[in-house]
Design a protein around this ligand. Structure first.
Ligand SMILES: Nc1ncnc2c1ncn2[C@@H]1O[C@H](COP(=O)(O)OP(=O)(O)OP(=O)(O)O)[C@@H](O)[C@H]1O
Length: 227
């Protein structure tokens, strides 16, 4: 496995409070991780820093073999690293428009755009709501549209912030079922979560944010049983 992203000395402060000071964070290409930690440990903040949505400082930052700065955040990384919020915000247009928005912004149009949107809608199982205003969707459907909207951009890294939070029953299971297909596409996926079913997905490695540091944990079921 080769490292896609390596950050050394990643630190974040809010005023006097040091939220974390991570020696080394390494994400391999085409790999899946869960990021666990107690409420307030800084999981969302870490993902948002990696996506350039929040400022973080570090000693060195390497992505795909290139040494980059974390701040100001490199423009080209916005295509490669995509963050999906646990309560995604969408335009009050249609599911199809929302999924196509990022591709249009990148210059795709015509048949290629229509085909990519169709495939993403099918992948998310949202054919029934293609022309529906996302405001009318259930929480699980919104999350699936948000995943499709991110996947269609074909990022190298997808950062999912509590993708199953506030979902239960079939809605939760449908979202969990989509995750392995993201991995098959060769994307590196990092999921901040407390969901044992996500943590237990085959091949998913565990990172735990504790006391401001990252602990690399064995995969579920391999060496220990701690959550
Ligand atoms: N803009 C901000 N200013 C000051 N403190 C902040 C700010 N944003 C987040 N925090 C604090 O940083 C800490 C980490 O927040 P974060 O949302 O990253 O944690 P988390 O591990 O994702 O928590 P949860 O599991 O509850 O979602 C929290 O104590 C939060 O209150």
């Amino acid at each position: 496995m080769s490292a896609l992203l390596t950050i050394r000395g990643l630190h974040k402060r809010y005023g006097e409070r040091q939220l974390f000071n991570i020696d080394t964070l390494t994400l391999d290409a085409a790999s899946a991780y869960v990021l666990t930690g107690v409420n307030g440990a800084g999981k969302s903040t870490l993902l948002r820093i990696l996506a350039g949505l929040e400022r973080g400082d570090c000693d060195s930052f390497e992505f795909d073999g290139k040494l980059l700065r974390l701040h100001p955040y490199p423009r080209e990384l916005r295509c490669d690293i995509v963050y999906v919020h646990q309560h995604p915000i969408m335009f009050s247009t249609s599911v199809a428009e929302n999924i196509g928005f990022g591709l249009r912004a990148r210059g795709m149009h015509g048949a290629a755009l229509a085909q990519a949107v169709d495939r993403a809608i099918e992948w998310a199982g949202m054919e029934h709501a293609r022309d529906t205003d996302p405001a009318r969707l259930s929480g699980g459907e919104k999350q699936r549209v948000a995943l499709a909207r991110a996947k269609v951009l074909r990022p190298r890294v997808l950062l999912l912030d509590e993708p199953t939070a506030n979902l239960d029953g079939p809605a939760r299971e449908q979202v969990i079922a989509l995750i392995p297909t993201l991995l098959e596409a060769g994307t590196t996926v990092v999921m901040a979560c407390h969901d044992r079913d996500l943590i237990g997905l085959p091949g998913v490695r565990r990172l735990k944010l504790r006391d401001g540091h990252i602990e690399y944990r064995p995969q579920k079921g391999e060496h220990d049983e701690t959550p």
